[in-house]
Design a protein around this ligand. Sequence first.
Ligand code: G6P
Length: 492
Amino acid sequence: RKILTEDLPDAQVIVVSNREPYIHNEDKNGDVELVVPASGLVSALEPITRACAGTWIAYGGGSADHQVVDGNDRIQVPPDHPSYTLRRVWLTDEQYQGYYLGFANEGLWPLCHIAFTRPIFRDSDWEAYETVNRKFADTVVAEARNEWPIVLVQDYHFALLPRMIRERLPEAIVITFWHIPWPNSEVFSICPWRERILDGLLGSSIIGFHTQFHANNFTESVDRFMESRIERADAAVSYGGQTTLVHAYPISIEWPVELLKALPSVEESRRHIRERFGIPADAKLSVGVERLDYTKGILDRFHALEELFIRHPETIGQVVFLQIAAPSRGTLPAYKQLHEECQRFAEELNERYGNETYRPVVLVAEHHSQKDVYEIYRAADICLVTSLHDGMNLVAKEFVASRDDEQGVLLLSTFAGASRELLEALIVNPYDAAMMSEAMLQALTMGPDEQHERMRRMREIVRDNNVYRWAGSMLLDAARLRKRGELDRVTA
Ligand code: G6P
């Protein structure tokens, strides 16, 4: 907020994302039920938008929107403490299908993640993607109070939007954050619209990634496919007479002071969660919490558990793995198949290693509130964040933040951006079931002193590098750019 008032006075902050922070759904009785979606992007951006009383533009995807809208596209949120404007964009089924399910989630998502799921590119999806990006550009222009807003464009749903905004609001500061990995230029080259995507993104003043590695991959792609100049010393790209900064800004969470106050103690959480999910009181609890997505390595975790039971049979009966998997993009074949495979594998493990009172795997494919999720973290002995590939992964940071008792062990994939910061986690390769199973054993047998030492250090890191610092560094860079632009104009 200080940066906004002192360094960027008069700046209006407009956030654009596909997913809205509060989805208004209809429950069984036709009443409006508010859902906060399972999305790292939403949990990171929400506190920022609240703090700067901005405007958040998103796709209106709730089944109760016809009730809430009442002829009005703009509402004030959060509902219990209105502090910013949520402006919904309505899409036709065809647009949603082509832009969101098609190009974004069957094309770009598998293209950018190394998970060996083949991207699907269809002309009609691309057309819908372009149309929807244009629709959002129209909305940004309509919401802008002046010609120089700060527009925070979020993620792979909007690669064309920065250029579209730049054409209509040349003075705007457009900060685009790509929340997922960026592949190397060889992989990126298979996208039929690669130049269009790069041209679209280079309409931004700043492009942010979670890691330097992904920022470098992006710059390499620009270097290979666009007539541009790469200024490595400044981490910038000059293209078409404009300069774009390409930086790493590791995303984080809001340190959950209030939330922790509202939660039961660790002891109570342990008891309650064990009762709720039928987990024996004396078993160690290992948890996974994420969207049901093939990039998250859920099946690989099941393999690792099986490997643990084969290599160390004494652990059978001593550990339960609770997997919370929020359904996501469930109409796409790749996601349906994953869901079925997860269910089948969980049943197999339970048949093979369980008995009447002991189920080694509890798979709950349902959405859970933030409060529920934090209680689950607090009840856990081990948290498994073993994605095959991930931009950052905020579950790892949330788990650490939830543990004010400074206990619990984090197993973290080396292919998640979070592993660059949380060095005290047990870092694993999710493709290596033997290694994962040994890390699970190490976690199961780790003494409280070592747990404390590791957790304390990780908590310091997440508390210091919180989401305000993430947004603050981008806004500071934006302020520098604006100052430089003003100076250039004066000296010209
Ligand atoms: C990832 C993406 C977000 C997205 C979230 C949930 O974290 O980077 O942009 O919102 O997944 O996916 P969904 O498709 O349900 O919005």
